[in-house]
Ligand binder design. Sequence first.
Ligand code: NAP
Length: 359
Amino acid sequence: MRKRIALLGATGSIGAQALEIVDLNPELEICALASGSHPIDELAVTRGVRHAQVGGDLTNLLEASEPDVVLNAVVGFAGVGATIWALDRGVTLALANKESLVAAGELALQAWRKGGGLLVPVDSEHSAVFQCFEGRRAETVDSLVLTASGGPFRNRPIEELVSVTVEEALAHPTWSMGRKITVDSATLANKGLELIEAHYLFDMPYERIDVVVHPSSVLHALVRFRDGAALAHLGHPDMRVPISFALTYPDRRATPVRQLDLSAGLTLEFEPPDLDRFPLLQLAREAGERGGTFPCAFNAANEIAVSAFLDGRIGFLDIAGIVADALAEVDGAPARDLDELVEADGTARRVAAGRLAPV
Ligand SMILES: NC(=O)c1ccc[n+]([C@@H]2O[C@H](COP(=O)([O-])OP(=O)(O)OC[C@H]3O[C@@H](n4cnc5c(N)ncnc54)[C@H](OP(=O)(O)O)[C@@H]3O)[C@@H](O)[C@H]2O)c1
């Protein structure tokens, strides 16, 4: 039986790498393609895919195409409907779109419990934790450690961060990714989103999730157990590995990614994140701990601020300022359904947009 995959965000960085993985595995087949604004008709025709959509409600596409696996590689809150759709129906969800789980939080967990399906994370750190967790009993786990590359500004003094350019922020030292997540990696907001993602995915309290900076991005995550042992996941930073893991789970098919060559030398360096220069990591932790729709507001305000930074409207350090202001203003009341979540997202967006100078 071939696995039928709905690839949402097909024109993006994860989308392109997912197509590569599908082409390597004859048992995988694309049954639906979606993008936000780039045309995908040609791609759909070339691949013989009948269901293709640009923008609009992704759940219509999913209903029509009846996938076995939804690979949600959309960027931002726009992916939330597809995440809930898959979780609610018990359709396997390969989740790259971390923003949807962060924003939907408890609503996503309710849908997951109801649907009872498989959720395999695509984020490399969470894929790593998932693999270190496999087959272990929850009570044996002490804590998780997520690694962060530290981004292009790891060694920049705060005085210089005021005036860094978009081009500098987009020059990630170890990963090649879409623009939004690359900026999020430079501010450490990405690690903040991942912290909240890990909390929901692995049912782990925030005080038992640590973040450590690891510049070479070879060690993706570490799970510490109560007996003092720790299991880590290592590999070259290449998203084809976690994408392939998620799409071919539990078969772990081969990929073209080369093995680590330990005899060539491997130095693993770690340092604590600098929360003064990168306050978004701490803001995310606080938003996560407060719960309700605070994580949704964190994500929404961050999306607005990053977009403004990419458009040259605000400086790099303004991103954190806008998110902090938005979090101080919203009420964070829990959302009882998707409509209320969309409302909370919209409110945070309006507050954040209000902090931008008029164009
Ligand atoms: N790239 C990585 O290495 C990486 C690693 C870990 C996690 N992730 C996560 O994976 C997700 C995608 O990241 P990316 O780097 O691949 O981003 P990207 O290169 O910017 O691609 C985003 C994709 O989402 C599509 N999209 C945007 N809005 C949409 C909408 N309303 N409906 C349908 N599709 C929409 C875009 O279509 P258009 O091209 O038409 O705009 C594009 O195909 C993000 O959540 C990111 O955090 C990425």
